[in-house]
Design a protein around this ligand. Structure first.
Ligand SMILES: [Mg+2]
Length: 212
């Protein structure tokens, strides 16, 4: 883990793409990460930590890094158990989409199939969750690819001709930008560091970017 951090910091200075002047985004060249962008899994994570393990003191804002054991006062086994569950059965847990994600994606789906690329190692559970959440979208128009690794997202993006990607993990944004993809950072407490990318605070702001 320390290695990837070092890489991240050594990479930042060399990456300087994306300066906020975004041209109109071709909607059929756009794809989305799921967790932390569409699915609010960290709220569910904290709810479960509170309900099952009595950890009521944890707050969303405490999650300032992807390394949960570093920013949350929680035993590693609890973190592991809950994350595994959120990966294996999000459709059976109370996972909500972020506010306004559903209407924006539903509108987008009228123009082009929705492409989701996740670092999860299983596509089926989260595809089921997406299909249920986006109940007005044709299931055929919801395409989900699970890479199992954030660094291999780039291959899926290139294979599908994607040029813009909405992502909440800053390290992935840097990686994609280095390979010619334009990241759009979805703001979260865990990506509050300086960066050169276009950033959106929420789905209404993203909608402005897409449909202006
Ligand atoms: Mg994510």
């Amino acid at each position: 883990m320390d290695d990837s951090r070092e890489n991240y910091f050594s990479n930042t200075s060399g990456t300087n793409k994306g300066n906020g002047d975004l041209e109109p985004i071709p909607l059929d060249r756009l794809a989305f990460d799921i967790d932390g962008v569409v699915a609010d899994i960290m709220t569910t994570f904290l709810d479960l930590a509170r309900e099952r393990y009595g950890r009521g003191h944890l707050r969303y804002e405490h999650i300032t890094t992807f390394f949960l054991e570093e920013c949350l006062d929680l035993e590693p086994w609890i973190i592991e158990t809950l994350i595994r569950e959120l990966i294996d059965r999000p459709h059976e847990l109370a996972v909500e989409p972020f506010p306004h994600a559903v209407p924006v994606l539903t509108r987008l789906a009228l123009e082009t199939p929705l492409v989701f690329i996740t670092a999860r190692d299983r596509a089926a559970p989260i595809r089921t969750w997406l299909q249920r959440s986006l109940e007005q979208v044709d299931p055929e128009a919801i395409r989900v690819f699970a890479t199992g690794d954030p660094d291999t997202k780039i291959h899926y993006l290139q294979d599908h001709g994607i040029r813009y990607f909405v992502e909440d993990r800053l390290e992935t944004c840097h990686h994609l930008a280095a390979h010619g993809i334009t990241p759009i950072l979805f703001a979260q407490p865990w990506n509050r560091r300086e960066h050169p990318f276009v950033e959106v605070r929420d789905w209404p702001e993203l909608a402005e970017l897409l449909f202006e």
